[in-house]
Ligand binder design. Structure first.
Ligand code: PPS
Length: 287
């Protein structure tokens, strides 16, 4: 098995070196508590941004409260090997992130136990961020070129499978969960009001100053310089830190897809988007 080989769990593509089918299949049976909070995303949509925000809200904006612990330990991925043990043993509140599709979630979440925050990002920028991530992540196969990756992404032949299937399933089933939908672009435009919406959803009563601190410490620049939050400490066997950084462009170049897509790719994408999303009233800012 190659380091970066993908396998499927109920049609959802995962990475053989960091996920296990047996463990992922168990996740549906995990017992959910009302206090559990799950951040859910398709890859490259703002997961580690939400991870930092959740930690800071819990700490009422106090960065030092989290200083000894890496974000990855404080808010782990549920699907990564070893996830179950951590989940069962942890005292409340348990904060988690995941890329899993709706169909593989713990069943309790679908009975309105716990809370789900879904972050979506304009999928053209997701595609570009994901393309670069395949260079940075040692556990993913480096694409031949952008067009090669474009085709794989549109075909769902990537980790996370189809972007369209992911968001459509969550949108369709949102009323079955305690569910908050936010977008990466809203976070770029007005982080403070998104943080306030998250606080309201989580029933967290923070003062204006505490909110300011959450916002300040989760800005792109702050996170870029915070090794607890920016994945810089993850081993070279997982990320090729010589090739790039996890926080690549973020707010610096929103709409980075325009620097990568050809006109033909963009037109093709728009056509597929229109068709796939025809019954899903979700809108994205493309700039
Ligand atoms: S992953 O691998 O799925 O967990 O990646 P994910 O965290 O979902 O997405 C990574 C992209 O999010 C950007 N990012 C941010 N943008 C703005 N502000 C903040 N604070 C922030 N933190 C992470 C990160 O730069 C990746 O986007 P690109 O376009 O590649 O820069």
């Amino acid at each position: 098995v190659k380091n970066y080989e993908l396998f499927q769990c109920e049609g959802f593509r995962l990475i053989s070196s960091i996920h296990s089918a047996e463990e992922v299949e168990q996740i549906k049976n995990w017992e959910v508590r009302d206090s559990d909070i799950f951040g859910v995303t398709y890859p490259k949509s703002g997961t580690i941004w939400l991870q930092q925000i959740l930690i800071l809200i819990e700490a009422k904006g106090d960065l030092t409260a989290t200083k000894d612990e890496n974000n990855l330990t404080r808010v782990p991925w549920i699907e990564v090997i070893g996830g179950e043990k951590k989940f069962l043993l942890e005292p409340s509140p348990r904060l988690r992130i995941t890329h899993l599709p709706y169909s593989l979630l713990p069943a309790g979440l679908k009975q309105k136990k716990g809370k789900v925050i879904y972050v979506a990002r304009n999928p053209k920028d997701v595609l570009v961020s994901f393309y670069h991530f395949h260079d940075f992540g040692v556990f993913l196969e480096t694409p031949k070129d952008f067009n090669d990756f474009y085709e794989k992404f549109m075909d769902g032949q990537v980790f996370g499978s189809s972007w369209f299937e992911h968001i459509k399933a969550y949108h369709t089933h949102r009323d079955e969960m305690n569910f908050l939908y936010i977008t990466y672009e809203e976070m770029i435009q007005d982080l403070r009001s998104v943080v306030k919406r998250i606080c309201a959803f989580l029933e967290k009563d923070l003062t204006d100053l505490e909110i300011d601190n959450v916002v300040e410490h989760s800005r792109f620049d702050s996170m870029r310089h915070n090794n607890k939050a920016n994945y810089r400490t993850v081993s070279d066997q997982i990320f090729n830190h010589k090739k790039g950084t996890f926080l690549r462009k973020g707010t610096l170049v929103p709409g980075d897809w325009k620097n990568h897509f050809t006109v033909a790719q963009s037109e093709h994408f728009d056509k597929v988007f229109k068709e796939e999303m025809k019954d899903i009233p979700l809108f994205f800012s493309w700039d």
